[in-house]
Design a protein around this ligand. Sequence first.
Ligand SMILES: Nc1ncnc2c1ncn2[C@@H]1O[C@H](COP(=O)(O)OP(=O)(O)O)[C@@H](O)[C@H]1O
Ligand SMILES: [Mg+2]
Length: 204
Amino acid sequence: MRITELRKTVGKTDLYIEDLKIESGRIHGLVGPNGCGKTTLLKLIMGTAEPDSGTIDYEGLRPAEITMMSQRPYLMHTSVYENIIYPLKIRGIRIDDAEINALLERAGMLEIKDQYAGSLSSGERQKLSFLRATVFRPKLILMDETLSNLDAESAGLFREMIIERHRDDGSTWLIVSHQWDAMNELFDEVHHMEKGRIVKNETP
Ligand SMILES: Nc1ncnc2c1ncn2[C@@H]1O[C@H](COP(=O)(O)OP(=O)(O)O)[C@@H](O)[C@H]1O
Ligand SMILES: [Mg+2]
């Protein structure tokens, strides 16, 4: 995917991405201080916000193949299980119960699969949002500080899940994280953002 001369004014911030290449099949990090425009950029890529001008060339990627996990995940007013299978339902993908249960088990959420999603703790909400966003095997995954409320053990588990998924299907990841976040060890490439601009791209 290639982003060119993308502009969007939100509040007092002018987002301007002159030229950003999101190489497919890699894990990209997006880091920068609060309010620099990271969430806005993800929304523009996801298509939930409209740019003022500029272009995003998806290079053949279809909207249904992109997923975004937001900072404050919106969960449906149903059970944990129903939330997870929803993306499969709407895409008409066959639901393999055993596979879903294995996923829940791995995430340590099997016992709460019938629990009302609204009753989950913030860490559990983030885990559920991760499982729901990735269950249909999207090709591009946008993550907005999604694992920030997890304990170290859970965060480690989800990092492992990202690595495995990436290895299995060559998906592309764009992950917003904090400078000292343990997520950073995953990144093939890191894009640094400041005041609405990309100021540095590096390969750690
Ligand atoms: N709907 C909005 N109305 C007004 N200002 C907004 C809106 N959304 C975001 N902003 C402002 O735009 C800037 C960038 O926000 P955001 O992309 O959320 O930053 P980040 O995710 O890097 O913390 C911030 O100054 C924020 O306050
Ligand atoms: Mg943000």
